[in-house]
Ligand binder design. Structure first.
Ligand SMILES: [Fe+2]
Length: 236
């Protein structure tokens, strides 16, 4: 149920179906340098998963990393009532019943310790995604920026994954995401900051992680942004 992603990092792949589309969702669990657990993009937490998480440590933080991954925030808070919620600035307007929370910021290392860095990707975008770098495991933690699907797919899932450019040999940014991030200079700046991190693995929320050749895959996935507008700062 809980799989290790490296030192002080775990993930949980959980079935999730929306309108017949089996998208699967991945939650990342980080243990901070202060021995506290952070749940990033929580999945549904049943009694057995709750017990398994409690064996890893005390959940202190629940993170909604963008404005789409909030489905299980309230139930995660119910499972771990002492945990504090961090979310994007737009989420409280979208979810009126959101429990007590505070807004994510790029200085979370002051609270979480310096092995988990935070970047607001393309500030001001629809969805407002925050991305993370966990240095102890050299893992880049993304949510919806890229999707990469594996496994059997029903027709609805096939159509969705094609729409999200998630079926190739390597992750790609979908047309939908390119429309959201249409200012190429701003996009390149966010890509450049992301690529400064020395990652060897990548967590994606849907539906598989990148375990090998991660930097090469991500550089390839960002290359399209080099070919329009101002000169790119992204290097390969
Ligand atoms: Fe998602």
């Amino acid at each position: 149920m809980i799989e290790s992603g490296g030192k002080n990092l775990w993930f949980v792949r959980s079935p999730l179906s929306i309108a017949g589309i089996h998208i699967t969702s991945i939650m990342t669990i980080v243990k901070t340098t202060h021995d506290q657990l952070i749940l990033i993009s929580p999945v549904e937490i049943n009694a057995s998963l709750k017990s398994a998480i409690e064996e890893l440590g005390t959940v202190a933080w629940i993170v909604a990393p963008n404005e789409f991954h909030h489905l299980f925030i309230t139930s995660a808070k119910a499972a771990f009532p002492e945990a504090k919620i961090r979310c994007t600035s737009g989420l409280p307007k979208k979810i009126k019943s959101l429990p007590e929370h505070s807004i994510l910021n790029v200085n979370e290392t002051q609270v979480w310790g310096d092995d988990l860095e935070v970047l607001q990707f393309y500030p001001g975008s629809l969805g407002d995604e925050y991305i993370f770098y966990h240095s102890s495991s050299q893992t880049l933690i993304l949510t919806d920026l890229f999707m990469w699907f594996e496994g059997e797919q029903n027709l609805a899932t096939k159509l969705f994954s094609r729409l999200m450019s998630a079926n190739g040999d390597s992750p790609k940014m979908s047309l939908m995401m390119k429309l959201i991030y249409r200012d190429k200079t701003k996009l390149r700046n966010s890509f450049a900051k992301m690529l400064e991190w020395d990652f060897k693995r990548v967590h994606l929320a849907h539906n598989r992680n990148i375990e090998t050749d991660a930097k090469r895959h991500i550089i390839n996935a960002t290359r399209f942004a080099e070919h329009s507008g101002a000169k790119s700062t992204v290097e390969s």
